[in-house]
Design a protein around this ligand. Structure first.
Ligand SMILES: Cc1cc2nc3c(=O)[nH]c(=O)nc-3n(C[C@H](O)[C@H](O)[C@H](O)COP(=O)(O)O)c2cc1C
Length: 251
């Protein structure tokens, strides 16, 4: 198998790291590769904040719900949607930027996520381990303060990086057929749902999960425990507030 196939097919999220630092030259090399990712209009409307200072990591940790990776990984990267720099360039060149709206935020968020995922592949290809942190969008208002993000900048995801100190089992994926539609979208029948989720539902770890949480189905673990409506509504409101504050909601 060639190296790219091997990297993509055998990857798994790594949440435990050795204390060995990530060499700055290697990190810069990975960041250079990441910044080759496609970007809207070649505007590169993103910024990446490197956190390696232990004190700064401790400051960030509560806003990632104290997930151990934040303080244990040698490097924490916060990928931000960023129109601040581009807007400034425009203004200094007698151009009037019209990027204080939701579409522009979404554009910049796409750019930031593409650069993040490209970084992750480059890192994994070098044998490093990564873990995304979804807490970034939940607690963006606090992360903005810790990282001193100015107007026009919103953190969209965080990646912890380090040398793996574990090799967990790969987790399941739905069969390819479940996520692919030929030419147009095909609605899922009940029978198709049963078939596509069968393997996931039969796994011992899934069944254990259902039992531990005293639920009847695996789906209920998602709806009632892991990603609850009340939390989603609460964090949505916070995030919409952040977009307003950071200047992306010029209605
Ligand atoms: C946007 C995003 C947010 C995530 N947030 C977290 C997180 O906060 N904590 C965590 O331990 N893993 C997090 N993950 C990792 C996922 O749990 C993991 O990718 C998924 O379970 C599949 O496992 P795999 O990457 O090993 O294939 C996140 C992944 C993504 C893409």
């Amino acid at each position: 198998m060639n190296q790219i196939s091997n990297t993509l097919l055998n990857r798994r999220t790594i949440r435990k790291y050795t204390p060995e630092p990530v060499d700055r030259k290697l990190l810069n090399d990975l960041l250079t590769k990441a910044c080759r990712a496609s970007t809207t209009g070649n505007m590169q409307v993103y910024s990446i904040i490197i956190t390696s200072d232990p004190g700064k990591k401790r400051e960030l940790a509560p806003f990632h719900f104290n997930q151990s990776m934040v303080t244990e990984a040698p490097v924490v990267l916060t990928f931000c949607a960023d129109f601040n720099r581009f807007n400034k360039w425009c203004r200094e060149r007698k151009a009037d930027p019209g990027y204080d709206n939701f579409l522009s935020f979404f554009t910049a968020a796409i750019d930031a996520l593409l650069v993040a995922q490209t970084f992750c592949i480059a890192a994994e290809a070098k044998g490093l381990g990564i873990c995304y942190l979804g807490t970034t969008t939940y607690m963006a208002h606090e992360i903005i303060k810790v990282l001193k993000l100015p107007i026009g900048v919103v953190p969209v995801t965080t990646v912890t990086l380090g040398w793996p100190a574990e090799k967990p089992e790969q987790v399941d994926r739905l069969p390819l057929e479940a996520v692919i539609h030929e030419e147009t979208y095909k609605l899922y029948s009940s029978e198709a749902i049963d078939r596509f989720y069968f393997e996931k539902e039969q796994r011992t770890d899934s069944q254990q999960f259902v039992k531990e949480n005293k639920k009847e189905t695996l789906a209920q673990v998602f709806t009632d425990v892991r990603y609850k409506k009340e939390d989603n509504v609460h964090f949505s409101k916070l995030l919409l507030g952040v977009l307003e504050e950071q200047g992306f909601m010029n209605h």
